[in-house]
Design a protein around this ligand. Structure first.
Ligand code: ATP
Length: 237
């Protein structure tokens, strides 16, 4: 089993945020989770990372049950998380931020240098700006740093929370293009959480629709894009 979340409930104290969540990811897929503000999208990712553990249910990742595992174990098992708001270190340079990504794995100097070169190939703009303080980059460039930092771990699954948040439309296109390239070139499956439903449905293979903590619809993204109810509720058409 590659990745499967089965019958998961997630709580903050006494308050239930997610109900009976079932999500499957196959190798090579981009999966998106769309939904309004407060639907529970971030909580879903945090539960996979062990930051807000799931009650009941199971999360299986590469044949191992991870629902009760600690976050650092889940990271070591190859799941990388790019949080909402990017959370880069603004006072550190682009290069230092990327090196922080490698820190948890204690890579050798050679491995780190190879990985950095790979990132600069994927993000030439980061090479040009490697000595610039990350806090002075544009929003789109900061998102690139956050993605590159997540990729330093050579993840087997990349999870991204709202990569389009706060970015100008033209930059949103660029960031989604990068996500597609990462998926295709490096063959990394991506779990994407987005309020920008149109973009998310456009680049993903399959999607899940989350409303008030419940998955109310799922299917091929192409089909969801064409569906009347999705268009009305999420695409403003
Ligand atoms: P957004 O797009 O606004 O980030 P979301 O779909 O990611 O929304 P979540 O952040 O997962 O939604 O929040 C889901 C629900 O859980 C909301 O009702 C929220 O208020 C609640 N919640 C989130 N974090 C906590 C917390 N630390 N303690 C208590 N409740 C929380």
């Amino acid at each position: 089993m590659f990745f499967k979340m089965e019958h998961c409930d997630v709580y903050y104290g006494q308050i239930q945020a997610l109900y009976d969540i079932n999500v499957e990811i196959n190798p090579g897929e981009i999966i998106s989770i769309i939904g309004a503000n407060g639907a529970g999208k971030t909580t879903l990712m945090k539960s996979i990372m062990g930051l807000v553990p799931a009650k009941n249910g199971k999360i299986v990742w590469q044949d191992e049950e991870i629902q009760a595992k600690k976050t650092h174990h889940i990271v070591k098992r190859g799941i990388s998380y790019v949080p909402e708001g990017r959370e880069i270190f603004p006072g550190m340079t682009v290069l230092e931020n990327m090196e922080m990504g490698a820190y948890t794995l204690r890579m050798s100097a050679k491995e780190k240098a190879d990985k950095l070169n790979e990132m600069y190939e994927l993000f030439p703009r980061l090479y040009e700006r490697k000595k610039q303080k990350a806090g002075t980059l544009s929003g789109g460039e900061q998102q690139m740093v956050a993605i590159a930092r997540g990729l330093m771990l050579s993840p087997k699954l990349l999870m991204m929370d709202e990569p389009s948040l706060g970015l100008a439309p033209i930059i949103v296109d660029e960031v989604f293009d990068i996500i597609s390239r990462v998926n295709e070139k490096a063959n990394i499956p991506v779990l994407l959480v987005e309020q920008n439903a149109y973009m998310a449905l456009s680049i993903s293979h399959r999607s899940y629709v989350l409303e008030n903590g419940v998955i109310v619809d799922e299917g091929e993204s192409k089909k969801l894009l064409a569906s009347e109810s999705i268009r009305t509720a999420y695409l403003g058409k």
